[in-house]
Design a protein around this ligand. Structure first.
Ligand code: GLY
Length: 301
């Protein structure tokens, strides 16, 4: 039985594309990449790929990652400019290098060597992204995190994001960081996070979620436990958590999802289940304002 889950309603198109690959007997790895491609190309998705949020210098610098649960191999790129499909560069890092992460100009040079099409940064920046950048404090750090289980029982995960609007140039969020933004181990489970990368990284959400499934928790219980304990740990240590949300899947294709805020939803496809969007009831309701811009140098323009 195949199964697919991805973060946010904009991933409905990902569920459709990945579901087609999986229904035809395709690999989980190919399915997550196929799922992410249309979201990266959609200029209306303001936090991924073309049309994504700009950094403080007005640049579109994208992060992406992929992990093959069969081999535990992973590839990621950070702050890549001028490429519509950073997830393809991440896959090339995984498949054609001995490295896990390439950043910035080095990742761009590697992508050229790999023959990955280059669009040029300006071609990927939309008027809406420029406008959001001018306003600086527009919210947003909504990653696509996609997980697939194929007919052979293989799990894979991939992520892609522009990161938060107005971020300091060079900032890296959770999405290309293994164990924080994503993790997959065939036979155990996979997880992907979305929300404020700084909070997700300091609580290592995705690896923890997979480890809880390894220890016997259901996918849903693992997702809820990770989000709740991450939020509570930040509070306990004097912080104010921003958005933290997670989707996950166990080795049998059962899924889980949790968030510490209202409004989170995910897209789902599976054998016998048409692609659909499902809303998540928060495990707790993060109070008040988002905290990302609180006291962060570089946001006072
Ligand atoms: N979760 C995406 C980011 O914070 O960059």
């Amino acid at each position: 039985m195949y199964s697919f889950i991805a973060t946010w309603p904009f991933a409905l198109q990902a569920a459709q594309a990945a579901g087609t690959v999986l229904a035809a007997g395709g690999r989980a790895l190919d399915a997550v990449i196929a799922g992410i491609h249309p979201v990266e190309s959609d200029p209306a998705v303001e936090s991924v790929g073309k049309g994504g949020f700009l950094n403080e210098n007005g640049e579109l610098a994208l992060d992406a990652a992929v992990m093959d649960g069969d081999t535990l191999k992973t590839g990621a790129v950070c702050a890549v400019r001028g490429f519509e499909h950073p997830v393809d560069i991440a896959r090339a890092v995984m498949e054609h290098t001995r490295h896990n992460i390439l950043v910035g100009a080095g990742a761009e040079e590697f992508a050229r060597r790999m023959g990955i099409p280059e669009a040029g940064m300006e071609a990927l920046i939309t008027p809406a992204a420029r406008e959001a950048w001018q306003q600086v404090k527009t919210r947003g750090h909504d990653t696509i995190g996609a997980i697939a289980l194929d007919e052979n029982g293989s799990l894979a995960v991939a992520t892609s994001t522009s990161g938060a609007n107005g971020r300091i140039s060079g900032r890296v969020g959770d999405s290309p960081i293994i164990g924080s933004g994503f993790y997959a181990e065939t036979g155990v489970g996979a997880a992907a996070a979305t929300g404020l990368g700084e909070d997700i990284m300091r609580t290592c959400c995705s690896f923890r979620c997979v480890d809880l499934m390894r220890a016997g928790l259901s996918a849903q219980a693992a997702a809820e436990t990770v989000v709740r304990t991450a939020h509570e740990a930040i509070v306990r240590h004097g912080g104010r958590p921003d958005c933290i949300a997670l989707v996950c899947m166990d080795a049998a294709g059962n899924t889980g999802a949790a968030a510490n805020h209202k409004g989170f939803a995910f897209a789902r496809a599976a054998q016998g289940l048409a692609p659909q969007v499902i809303e998540v009831t928060p495990v707790l309701d993060k109070d008040g304002e988002n905290t990302f811009f609180d006291g962060v140098a570089g946001y006072e323009r």
